[in-house]
Design a protein around this ligand. Structure first.
Ligand code: FES
Length: 361
């Protein structure tokens, strides 16, 4: 391996004709460094240009950049086409997030190791000594700086090693696309289209109100729930009792006369004046804290307890949280009785069910 130069620092600044064709780019760069009070005392290429070692290192760095490009492209393909929604019996959705993490990790590792290897193995070793100064640079100094940058570009070998430049471009372009993917993806696909988060099984289907049914699918008449009693009900639709409509379980409560009166007044205060039918009220069972089923109803106090973290909701005050970590009321389902005497939902819930999430209205 040849040593490019071992230099001694000259005394003082000498005039320099930067257009002199006899001056090499290195000499101009070196003079520029001196004018910035930087003395390059040792400058030595690590690999001899054109040797096997250089080609081997170039291929190694290029393969890392290409790995970056492949991994970033795989990220994009998975982000766009991999099935991410849960569907019974499929299971591929569970690999969606790990695959995104794996491909993005590989892309970042590839580019990190590629740049490190390039810098540590292919760039010349340099030892410089610098005194800092705060003066603005002259036009000549700026020209010298430009030549310095070009010299560095030459030394990095992009022109002489086009494979590195091409592979770096091939590796970085998909990484740029990866950075843009979530933004562009959000524009292409409407995240609220058919969004289950905002509807339950009680949403009227083809204009028809949905009945409240028991777990076995039987509809419910008012006489089926005695005063002070309660019943867990589901939407009377196909699969309304299944996990497909896991946000729909509702507690139908038959309040005693006094409690019903208090409840009606509380409902009116929050704009739910017509949500009850007679002395019957229906509230979502999905706790607004973390989504557990709030199902322990204490009929003497009219409190509904969630067993997970002990939140309590006062039914006669429009299911206001009165204890525990929950901070939002349980949504109320507007109910009435249809022509055949069975309970139906007047409409879907008018608030979003369950705990908070980022797009909750
Ligand atoms: S989920 Fe109900 S209190 Fe936490």
């Amino acid at each position: 391996m040849s040593t490019h130069t071992e230099h001694q620092a000259p005394q003082g600044r000498e005039p320099l004709d930067v257009n002199d064709p006899r001056l090499s780019r290195f000499e101009i760069m070196q003079e520029g460094a001196r004018r910035d009070d930087i003395e390059i005392v040792h400058y030595e290429p690590q690999v001899v240009p054109g040797t096997k070692a250089e080609r081997r290192l170039t291929r190694l760095v290029a393969s890392m950049f290409l790995l970056t490009g492949l991994a970033a492209t795989a990220f994009l393909v998975i982000y766009i086409w991999w099935p991410w929604k849960w569907e019974a019996g499929r299971g591929g959705d569970k690999y969606y997030t790990p695959l995104l993490g794996l491909t993005l990790g590989l892309a970042l590792l590839g580019i990190g190791f590629g740049i490190l290897t390039w810098g540590k193995k292919l760039l010349p070793k340099e030892v410089s000594i610098q005194d800092r100064h705060d003066q603005p640079g002259s036009p000549e100094d700026r020209k010298i700086t430009g030549e310095t940058m070009l010299f560095l570009a030459d030394e990095m070998g992009v022109r002489r090693r086009p494979l590195l430049g091409i592979s770096l471009l091939a590796g970085l372009a998909p990484v740029g696309a990866v950075a843009a993917a979530p933004l562009v993806g959000g524009l292409i696909s409407n995240p609220h289209k058919n969004n289950q988060m905002f509807t339950t099984g009680f949403a009227p289907a083809e204009g028809k109100r949905i009945r409240l049914v028991r777990e076995d699918g039987r509809p419910i008449r008012p006489a089926d729930v005695s005063a002070g009693g309660q019943l867990t009900v589901f939407p009377g639709i196909e699969e309304g009792v299944s996990n497909k409509h896991a946000d729909s379980p509702t507690l139908l409560i038959h309040l005693r006369e006094d409690d019903a009166q208090a409840s009606r007044e509380a409902n009116s205060r929050v704009g739910h004046g017509d949500y009850m039918w007679g002395n019957y009220a229906a509230f979502s069972k999905i706790c607004t804290h973390a989504g557990c089923p709030a199902s322990l109803y204490e009929q003497q106090t009219n409190r509904l307890l969630c067993p997970c973290h002990q939140s309590q909701f006062l039914i006669t005050d429009n299911a206001r949280p009165v204890f525990g970590p929950a901070s939002r009321r349980l949504p109320q389902l507007p109910i009435e009785v249809d022509e055949e005497g069975f309970f139906v939902a007047k409409s879907d819930y008018t608030e979003t069910i369950g705990p908070d999430f980022w797009e909750r209205p």
